[in-house]
Design a protein around this ligand. Structure first.
Ligand SMILES: C[S@@+](CC[C@H](N)C(=O)[O-])C[C@H]1O[C@@H](n2cnc3c(N)ncnc32)[C@H](O)[C@@H]1O
Length: 262
């Protein structure tokens, strides 16, 4: 193996241990970054020891910059993906466990006529509309324009897309047929995001009228392989307490946890 191949293999392995990226994604990112760094490429070609390369400022800066690029690339919610559902990180991570999720909340959804999905992303694509014949309206609210366009193309008949930021409209704006509350509200992987980025929106969310709602968080960070379950649980449980809701059931998936509240 050439010194370049050894370097790429070793760094790919290290980065994959730290970030939720595949070896081919990391390998491509490293090769791409290296092709734009003539000085380091020359140093690698002329070296016989990986250790000597790793010690240089040139390599250290390269690695730092490339890891940062990989990190930000992974952080963007949408990535090139083989299908619509998987183009959104949250949906992609949940995809293998969608049936497991619905099996745990079926009883609550079977009677629902109106559903509100807050910060819904591409979740409506995974929603099994056929399984719930009583459902009349599935209202989706998310500020993400691209997700809205993708959902438009998906052409889901019962779906109403409301491409707004949360808090932009009062709740009655979204309620269909003169209703005063929603039968079911989804807040999937939303509360911890708002807690980090827009805490003031949480008090608006805490007043959404519903019969039942499902609030979930992630067990693992979006990009780095670190356990965030305890941290997210604390945020969500505090939010539920302050909203004055009652937990009626706990939901558990291999990479996501949730609370069904009323
Ligand atoms: C982590 S994703 C979760 C997506 C989806 N609920 C799921 O679990 O598959 C968070 C979503 O919330 C949306 N979002 C975040 N802050 C928002 C805000 N202030 N108003 C509207 N949507 C927001 C983002 O656009 C994104 O689609």
């Amino acid at each position: 193996m050439s010194i370049l191949d050894q370097l790429l293999a070793e760094q790919t392995k290290n980065i994959c241990q730290q970030y939720k990226a595949t070896e081919s994604e990391v390998g491509a990112a490293l090769r791409d970054a290296l092709s734009q760094n003539a000085k380091l490429s020359e140093l690698i070609t002329n070296s016989t020891s990986l250790k000597d390369i790793y010690r240089t400022r040139l390599f250290k800066d390269f690695l730092k910059k490339t890891k940062k690029e990989i990190y930000y690339d992974l952080r963007t919610y949408k990535k090139a993906a083989p299908n619509l559902e998987e183009s959104h990180i949250s949906s992609r991570e949940r995809a293998p466990y969608v049936d497991l999720l619905f099996a745990q909340i079926d009883g609550y959804l079977e009677q629902a006529e109106t559903i509100l999905d807050l910060g819904g992303g591409l979740f409506p694509v995974s929603f099994p509309f056929d399984r719930y014949p009583k459902l009349k309206n599935y209202v989706w609210v998310d500020r993400d324009k691209e997700a809205s366009e993708l959902l438009k193309k998906a052409g889901l008949p019962k779906l109403t897309r409301q491409n707004f930021a949360l808090g932009e409209n009062p709740w009655h704006y979204y309620l269909p047929d003169n209703r005063t509350d929603f039968d079911f509200v989804f807040m999937l992987k939303l509360v911890p995001v708002l807690y980090r980025q827009q805490r003031e929106v949480l008090s608006h969310i805490s007043k959404v009228p519903f019969r039942h709602a499902l609030i979930t968080g992630s067990k693992e960070a979006m990009v780095k392989k670190v356990d965030i379950e305890a941290r997210e649980k604390k945020v969500i449980e505090k939010f539920i307490r302050e909203a004055g809701w009652e937990i009626v059931k706990r939901i558990d998936l291999p990479n996501e946890f949730g609370y069904l509240v009323k």
